[in-house]
Design a binder for this molecule. Structure first.
Ligand code: GUN
Ligand code: ZN
Length: 434
């Protein structure tokens, strides 16, 4: 294959570590006039344009952006493909919301053509919002995952997904059985896990909708294949937590249910965790598990405020999740806007650099993909986006007043959304142009 080399010149910013560990100043690199060089889908150099330009051949193809910021592609650690058509469902909290809106909407994925249509809309929406990697719930139907992976494969994007396992406490039209969920998951793993940039996640919906037999088989799958992911929900809503206590009286708490069935580990991501206690955070951290912080969803469904400082204290990996359709936006910028407010309501701050970390390198660490995605370090996949300072008239005017990159970044997260994403690149290919 001939070498394809390209370079992109603009302001460039990326996280290089967690501000909670190294402090804000050591957590990022910023190049006011930066250059990003891509060779065959990977980043080969990053630095100041003035340093790198003299090292490059005179005929190299350079795209130069004015009034724009290049960042790593954003990482959504929790989202539901089959809920694309029900964002903004009125009036209910979690358990009634599931029964009233979610299950009927997900039932449409029994139809393969519908699954393919929505997979296409969904993946375009991710890329329009600058999300280049997501950990995705399908529906209970294997075709929802096949449709998604087929669309992702064509675009060569790094994605993780799984079919929901759900064999009780849901309508008959939407349940599998412990055995069928095991067999269907296995077939999907054999077909997709490790194919190109795709990975499979074993996906028990949450403890209330799985029998002990199904949870045990989910744990068994994790033992049968290397590097599989596991995704589920935990401690999102107080009624849900109470229900789990009633369903599993022999376990000491919600997390202990998953622990008992061997669902904790380095590639396990638990969504929400709003009502986790300190001991549960410590156990998650000890096992290398991660939590997806889903602020728009936690506010929209009235679930509560995620305690990020408690997670930090326990050195628990945290990524950011939109949780569409409980969440109300595909935009991780808008998700950070709400994350900031969630911290404010708890008397805490969320610095723009911590926010950047959560949406990029923090997500990569939660997914054990550091070194491949989440930064612009040479050697990593060329997944990045170009944010436009002039995307809206207000953004343009407001950013002219910004005194430094911290303020610029914070304003982008407060006023920005999909309109600010001018281009998205995955493995060096342009996958979205506004
Ligand atoms: N808990 C179980 N299923 C779901 C879901 O689809 N969305 C959210 N937010 N929480 C859940
Ligand atoms: Zn969810």
């Amino acid at each position: 294959m001939p070498l394809t080399r390209k370079a992109y010149r603009a302001a460039i910013l990326h996280s290089i570590d967690d501000p909670a560990i190294v402090g804000i100043d050591a957590s990022y690199e910023y190049f006011e006039d930066g250059l990003l060089v891509i060779d065959n889908g990977r980043i080969s150099a990053l630095g100041h344009a003035s340093d790198l330009l003299p090292t490059l051949p005179a005929d190299i193809d350079i795209t130069h952006y004015q009034d724009a910021l290049i960042t790593p592609g954003l990482i959504d650690t929790h989202i539901h493909l089959p809920q694309t058509g029900m964002v903004g469902a009125y009036g209910e909290q979690l358990l009634d919301w599931l029964n009233t809106y979610t299950f009927p909407c997900e039932s449409q994925f029994a139809d393969k053509a519908h699954a393919e249509e929505v997979a296409d809309i969904f993946i375009k929406e991710l890329l329009r919002n600058g999300t280049t990697t997501a950990l995705v719930f399908g529906s209970v139907h294997p075709q929802s995952v096949n449709a998604f992976f087929e669309a992702a494969e064509k675009l060569d994007v790094r994605m993780i997904a799984g079919k929901v396992m759900m064999d009780r406490n849901a309508p008959d039209y939407l349940t599998d059985t412990a055995e069928s969920s095991y067999q269907q998951s296995k077939a999907l793993i054999e077909r997709w896990h490790g194919k190109g940039r795709l990975h499979y996640a074993v996906t028990p919906r949450f403890a209330p909708t799985s029998t002990p037999e199904q949870l045990a088989l989910a744990g068994q799958l994790l033992g049968e294949y290397p590097d599989l992911y596991m995704q589920t929900h935990i401690s999102e809503n107080k009624q849900e937590v109470q229900w789990v206590k009633e369903l599993f009286p022999e376990r000491s708490g919600y997390l202990d249910v998953y622990d008992h069935y061997k669902l904790l580990g380095e590639r396990s991501v638990f969504a929400h965790g709003v009502h986790l206690c300190d001991d549960e955070c410590a156990r998650l951290a000890e096992t290398g598990s991660a939590v997806a912080f889903c602020p728009t969803s936690n506010l929209f469904l009235g679930s509560g405020l995620f305690n990020l400082p408690m997670a930090e204290k326990n050195k628990l990996n945290v990524g950011l999740g939109t949780d569409v359709g409980g969440g109300t936006s595909f935009s991780l910028l808008q998700t950070l806007n709400e994350a900031y407010k969630v911290m404010q309501l708890q008397g805490a701050r969320l610095s723009p650099f911590k926010s950047l970390y959560l949406a990029t390198l923090g997500g990569a660490r939660a997914l054990r993909l550091e070194g491949r995605i989440g930064t612009l370090q040479p050697g990593t996949d060329a997944d990045f986006l170009v944010l436009d300072y002039n995307a809206t008239s207000l953004l343009s005017y407001r950013l002219k007043q910004a005194k430094d990159i911290a303020e610029t970044l914070f304003v982008l997260m407060t006023l920005g959304d999909d309109r600010a994403v001018m281009q998205t690149y995955a493995a060096g290919n342009l996958v979205h142009q506004r």
